[in-house]
Every structure is written in structure tokens, then in C-alpha cells.
Design a protein around this ligand. Structure first.
Ligand code: UN1
Length: 506
């Protein structure tokens, strides 16, 4: 086990950076405060607000560690990742509680978030014995050919607050399995979750320098990571705005860059659907995690024959959702993560009204006993939305869904496809032909049939088309393509110079 200055301390989430196997404070003593969004009077902890020097130290440590980590056989790297799964499992409840307190998702969802990291570790642990390339025959005699995966180097990871353990795990475990070393810069809203995750990995025995943690804000620590010449790859999940700036910076220095950005996901409900099932799916997809998922159902495309009844039932169910302290397991909707998110969601209420949408429920900050000091927002449904309205085009990232009436499957698919994003999508129907047409024609990285837009599993590719991503997929085997390079190897055992394309007998 890597033994750092505070490695023996019984803390879940040290308020320090983790660099080269040591838990260290910020050089200048700068501090980032984390607070509970359900009650901002409650501090979660103080963390370093790192700048260039800390990032440089972390990248240096990762670069040094790469020299040895890349040589550890992949099955052994996998075995270490399996130990990470075990430590995460042991700490699941404690980490879930910390997550709920730090970013506000209900406890059951926070447990799911940690579980996703455990699943991810187990998946990539198994890949340690499946890090396959290809073997093939040369076009020339007495010559052998194969391709092998090789690591890339130091990977910089910039991760969001909405899945503060799961998303770092999607990036870090495949990167490690491929033989890379890592510098993680978690979101400034969830430094404790980032620290708890890295602490679990360190305690599981990931060697010093292989995973490093630098806390801080995007404009400082994040930018320093993106611009560091020794960082070979940036993996980012967050807004399209930031993603595009990162892609530009990476483009200039020819850094590899994998982006997972926004969504404007829609659930189609056809007139032949199981409406109760579709209703449950819509509620979960739109209001789970208070709508703060890139995969959230922010548009509902309802067939005109069921539109009225469906909306009536949905409004009733949304009004019945319990908004409140996410640590109280009776509550279903927690707070938004911070004041900026609350302001952003509130602004969209005015935008929607001005554009002519009809507010059916919610629309404002949630008030009531125990809510006064948190960023709670009522589950909100707009009806009478048209496809071009801003609430139907822009990612809101809150408990808000927009209902658009559609007259046919073709129209539904056209409306679904009519945004700049393409992450998740869903169709509820009993018509198998229609379902398969939707699977074929929907422009999205993920399509669910008779399931909501949320709930991706770690062994399948995760990501989206159009402005949602830049062509990569996280999770599953596809993540290995982000974090490794291919090398083609030719071994000529003929003992003579053989010229490809020239010495070949037609
Ligand atoms: C995200 O929305 O940012 O599919 C990630 C899901 C989760 C991951 C979501 N497994 O909803």
C-alpha cells in the first residue's frame, strides 16, 4: 500500500491533494469549501484550491510512475483493480452518505453511484486477462504479424459533480488497466467524493504516483492540466461549452481528447404503449437526481391520442413526489447542487413562459419545513411545448421536462433528432416494428425500448453523437480504445529483405 503522510488516518476523504503517494496541502494554503446543498449551513470540508504548481507536481509524479506501471502485466493491473472494487464495496455505505451530503442526490441513488464504480472496477479487472490484440498473416512468407495495445502515458481527467464516484471510475479504471497513470481533477462541487474515491484506490494498493488527485477549479487546476505538455490525454465530462474549449486547447497541442458532454434526451410514448410503465419511466428519467443527469428525460414526446391522459397522470404523480433532505429515505427528489444551478433552472422558467409553454406543475423553488437552507426546486412539467422552443433545445440540468405532442412515429423521431445533442433516448411502444425503426433512425448514443433514458450499465459503451461527444465511448470495451494506442508488429523470420507490395506474387 502507498503510505502517505496521512495514509494511516481513519478519514474517508482527506482534505488534501494526493500526489506521488502523499496527501499534501495546497502550497499557498488556498482552500476550496464544500457544503451540503440540502442545507448550506453544513460544511462538508475544506480542500486545496490548487494551481499550476500542484498540477505540475502531480503530472511529474504520474510521469515517473508511468515508467514502471506500464510494465506491470495487464492481468496484475486487473488484479489490483479488483482490490479497488473490494475496498469500494466495504466503503459503499459511508461513501454514499458522503455523496448525498455533498451533492444532494437521494441516498439510494448515491448507493447506485458507488455501485456503478464497483461494477466498473470488476469489469475492467476482468479485462486484465482479455487485453487482446489481433494476430494475422503477412502477405509475405515467413513473416508474422500482430497488433497489440499499448498505453498512452499520463491521462488528465476532469470529472463532474453529478456522478462524483461513478464517472471518475469510468475513466480511471480503464486508463489504469491500459497501463496509463492518472491525474484526477474532480469537480469543485464534490471534492470530498473525489478524495474518498482516490483514497479507496490508494488503500487498495494502487502504487504511489499511479493515481494522483489535484483539487481545484476548472479555470485554474483544470486548465493547467489541459495545457501541461506532459499530459498525453484529457478525458472530460461536463458542459459542451467547456468541452469545446478543452478540445480547442488539445487540438492546438495535438493531445488526445475524449469528451462526454450535454444531452437533450427524449422519451417517446406511442399510443400503443403500456402507459403506466411509460409514466413510471418518465418520472424516474425526468426527476431522478433532480434531473441533473446528462441522460435525464428533458423532453417527453407524447402521441396525440394519449397526450392528455398521460400529462394529467404525470402531473399528479410529479406533484406527489417528495422533495426534501436526500438523507431521509422517504424523499425522492433532493436539492440542486448549487446556487448557480438554481439560478439557471429559475431563468428557464421565464424563458419557457415567454416562449409560450404552459406550466402544468412546479416552476419554482421548493419551500416548506426543512427546505429553507437548501437549493430545492419543484418537479416541473411544461406542456404545449414546440420543438424549437429554447426549453426543448437547451440542456437545463434540473427537474424540468417539456411535453411535445406528436402525431406519428416518424414525427416523433424527427423531433427527437432535432437538437444539436444525441446522448440518450427512449421509446415506449408494443409495436416491435416501430421499436426497431426507432433503434435504427434515432440519432443518439443510447436508445432504450420500454425503459427510461437513464440507467446505462458499465459494460456497454456510453456516450453520444453530434455535440454530445467527439466520437469516443466510455465504459465497456470501447473505453479501451480511448486509453490505448495500437501498435502493429511485423516479425520477419525469412532471413532476407522482403518488400511489402513489391515482392508479392499476384
Ligand atoms: C450522467 O448522466 O451524467 O445512465 C451519467 C445513467 C447513469 C450514468 C449517468 N448510469 O443514468
Amino acid at each position: 500500500m502507498a503510505r502517505g503522510k496521512t495514509a494511516g488516518a481513519k478519514v474517508l476523504a482527506p482534505g488534501l491533494n494526493y500526489i506521488g503517494g502523499e496527501w499534501l496541502p495546497d502550497e499557498d494554503g488556498l482552500v476550496l469549501e464544500s457544503r451540503n446543498p440540502a442545507d448550506i449551513r453544513e460544511p462538508i470540508g475544506s480542500f486545496p484550491n490548487s494551481r499550476l504548481n500542484e498540477v505540475r507536481a502531480a503530472v511529474h509524479a504520474a510521469k515517473q510512475a508511468f515508467k514502471t506501471w506500464r510494465l506491470v502485466p495487464p492481468p496484475q493491473r486487473g488484479a489490483l483493480i479488483r482490490r479497488c472494487a473490494q475496498v469500494l464495496r466495504d466503503r459503499k455505505e459511508a461513501m454514499a452518505r458522503l455523496m448525498t451530503r455533498e451533492m444532494g442526490k437521494p441516498l439510494s441513488e448515491a448507493r447506485g453511484d458507488v455501485q456503478e464504480a464497483i461494477d466498473c472496477a470488476e469489469y475492467y479487472a476482468g479485462e486484465g486477462r482479455r487485453w487482446f490484440g489481433e494476430t494475422t498473416h503477412s502477405e509475405l512468407p515467413d513473416k508474422f504479424a500482430m497488433s497489440v495495445r499499448t498505453p498512452i502515458g499520463v491521462c488528465g481527467m476532469i470529472t463532474p459533480w453529478n456522478f462524483p464516484v461513478a464517472i471518475p471510475s469510468w475513466k480511471i479504471f480503464p486508463a489504469l488497466l491500459c497501463g496509463n497513470t492518472v491525474v484526477l481533477k474532480p469537480a469543485e462541487d464534490t471534492p470530498a467524493c473525489g478524495a474518498a474515491f482516490v483514497k479507496a484506490l490508494a488503500d487498495a494498493g494502487i502504487p504511489a504516483g499511479v493515481v494522483n488527485l489535484v483539487q481545484g477549479i476548472g479555470e485554474e487546476a483544470g486548465a493547467a492540466l489541459v495545457n501541461h505538455p506532459d499530459v498525453a490525454l484529457i478525458s472530460f465530462t461536463g458542459s459542451s461549452y467547456t468541452g469545446s474549449a478543452i478540445a480547442e486547447a488539445c487540438g492546438k497541442s495535438l493531445k488526445r481528447c475524449s469528451l462526454e458532454m450535454g444531452g437533450k434526451n427524449a422519451q417517446i410514448v406511442m399510443d400503443d404503449a403500456d402507459l403506466d410503465l411509460a409514466l413510471e419511466g418518465a418520472l424516474w428519467g425526468a426527476f431522478g437526481t433532480a434531473g441533473q443527469r446528462c441522460t435525464a428525460t428533458s423532453r417527453l414526446l407524447l402521441h396525440k391520442k394519449i397526450h392528455k391522459t398521460f400529462v394529467a397522470k404525470l402531473v399528479k404523480a410529479a406533484k406527489a413526489l417528495r422533495v426534501g433532505d436526500p438523507l431521509d429515505e422517504r424523499n425522492q427528489v433532493g436539492p440542486l447542487v448549487n446556487q448557480a444551478q438554481l439560478d439557471r433552472v429559475s431563468v428557464y422558467m421565464d424563458v419557457a413562459r415567454k416562449d409560450g409553454a404552459t406550466l402544468r406543475c412546479g416552476g419554482k423553488r421548493a419551500t416548506g419545513p426543512g427546505l429553507a437552507h437548501g437549493y430545492f426546486f419543484q418537479p416541473t412539467i411544461f406542456d404545449g411545448v414546440t420543438p424549437e422552443m429554447r426549453i426543448a433545445q437547451e440542456e437545463i440540468f434540473g427537474p424540468v421536462t417539456s411535453v411535445i405532442e406528436i402525431g406519428s412515429l416518424d414525427e416523433a423521431i424527427a423531433v427527437l433528432n432535432g437538437t444539436k445533442y444525441g446522448l440518450s433516448s427512449s421509446i415506449y411502444t408494443r409495436d416491435v416494428n416501430g421499436a426497431f425503426r426507432a433503434i435504427r433512425d434515432i440519432e443518439a448514443g443510447i436508445t432504450y425500448v420500454n425503459g427510461p433514458t437513464i440507467g446505462a450499465e458499465v459494460h456497454l459503451p456510453f456516450g453520444g453523437v453530434k455535440n454530445t461527444g467527439n466520437g469516443h465511448r466510455e465504459a465497456g470495451r470501447s473505453a479501451l480504445d480511448i486509453f490505448s494506442e495500437w501498435k502493429s508488429v511485423y516479425v520477419d523470420y525469412s532471413g532476407k529483405l522482403q518488400k511489402a507490395q513489391i515482392d508479392v506474387q499476384a
